[in-house]
Ligand binder design. Structure first.
Ligand SMILES: NC(=O)c1ccc[n+]([C@@H]2O[C@H](COP(=O)([O-])OP(=O)(O)OC[C@H]3O[C@@H](n4cnc5c(N)ncnc54)[C@H](OP(=O)(O)O)[C@@H]3O)[C@@H](O)[C@H]2O)c1
Length: 328
């Protein structure tokens, strides 16, 4: 099969098109003929070698990518509930690799059928895995209640853009996003169900005193510092990523006491293996949200042969929404 391999840690140019043997599914697994593979910031971090010393993380040569859409190719022993040829989407298999390939092996627990839905496979891979994680983060970590207000930083980013639809589906009264100044035009045209998107450079003034019950922060750095002044007593800040690259950020715990605020981390790679029961409801909620038009993010499709370009664009921030790779 055709695949994209990170041949070593380094710049996007380490990504090469290779031919690999077709994999076959083991017990409890499904093999998928991939039509679309999503590109995420985590793929870039893996390729750069940011996690090279973390036990169990991908080491070269490896195939990046952890979210695919396609059709069921074969079922491993013990797998029921899916048919060969059925259209499906798979979220991370746990290793965080293998997606940029013509055939992907997925544990059945992370696969959802999109057969019979109105969701385009490219949009499905761009949004359903992230929306499933957003559902898990909002229900099990943030414990979002009906009528609460939500703020999402980096509002048009791949992961962040899954939150407004799921928050609305769960009954949030209002969802506000923040973006950097360069993304204000894209924010004005987004179909994502934000009530408002503001320039993060104008915090907190642009909010005129508005505070939130839940803040979703996949960005970190100075934006995370600014979040504490935007939290109500009893509110929850969910630390869900570090797109700013500030690895030294620290929280002053006495401020949490005085403001009666909670800071919680959410990392699907750590959370899901110990909470596998959350995955199926997350995927079902995500499919429902995507099918109802709550997840209409922008995405660009590029062929596998342009994987280097895809990673370069992620690094230079030359994108709105997501990039999706196709094997053809
Ligand atoms: N918790 C989880 O389970 C989970 C799941 C998926 C992803 N993540 C994490 O979430 C983060 C985002 O991943 P992604 O795949 O969504 O990436 P992405 O699509 O590239 O989005 C990154 C977002 O962060 C913004 N951003 C980047 N640097 C910034 C800065 N210095 N200041 C303000 N905003 C900045 C970007 O804004 P611009 O477009 O203006 O650059 C964009 O909105 C990563 O840390 C990733 O590891 C976590």
């Amino acid at each position: 099969m055709k695949a994209i391999q990170a041949t070593q840690f380094g710049s996007p140019s380490v990504l090469k098109v290779v031919d690999l043997p077709d994999p076959t599914p083991g017990p409890g697994q499904i093999s998928i003929d991939v039509s679309h593979a999503a590109v995420g910031l985590i793929d870039i971090l893996f390729r750069q070698g940011q996690f090279k010393d973390v036990p169990g993380m991908a080491q070269p040569p490896f195939v990046p990518g952890l979210e695919v859409a396609g059709t069921v190719r074969a079922l491993g022993d013990g797998v029921t509930g899916f048919n060969v040829g059925e259209k499906v989407v798979s979220m991370s298999a746990g290793t965080g690799t293998g997606g940029y390939a013509a055939v992907y092996i997925a544990p059945v627990g992370g696969v959802v059928s999109i057969e019979g839905s109105n969701v385009d496979p490219a949009l499905a891979v761009a949004m359903i895995p992230n929306a499933a994680m957003a559902h898990i983060a909002l229900t099990m970590v943030a414990r979002l209640a009906e009528g609460e207000g939500v703020l999402v930083h980096g509002a048009l980013g791949g992961f962040a853009s899954a939150f407004p639809g799921i928050a609305k589906q769960l009954g949030a009264s209002r969802v506000v996003g923040t973006v950097r100044p360069g993304k204000l035009e894209a924010a004005a045209n987004t179909k994502l169900p934000y009530d408002r998107i503001i320039d993060s450079a104008e915090l907190p003034g642009a909010l005129a005193g508005e505070k939130f019950d839940v803040i979703i922060d996949p960005v970190g750095g100075s934006l995370r510092d600014q979040s504490f002044a935007l939290m109500k007593p009893g509110s929850r800040l969910i630390v869900a990523g570090n797109a700013s690259g500030d690895w030294t950020h620290a929280v002053k715990t006495n401020d949490l006491w005085l403001g009666s605020m909670t800071v919680a981390g959410f990392n699907a790679g750590a959370f899901l293996p110990s909470h596998p029961e959350a995955i199926r409801p997350g995927l079902e909620a995500a499919l429902k949200a995507a099918d109802s038009g709550l997840c209409d993010t922008l995405f660009d499709e590029l062929p596998f042969t342009k994987a280097v370009t895809a990673h370069e664009r992620m690094e230079s921030r030359d994108l709105n929404g997501r990039i999706v790779l196709t094997p053809q």
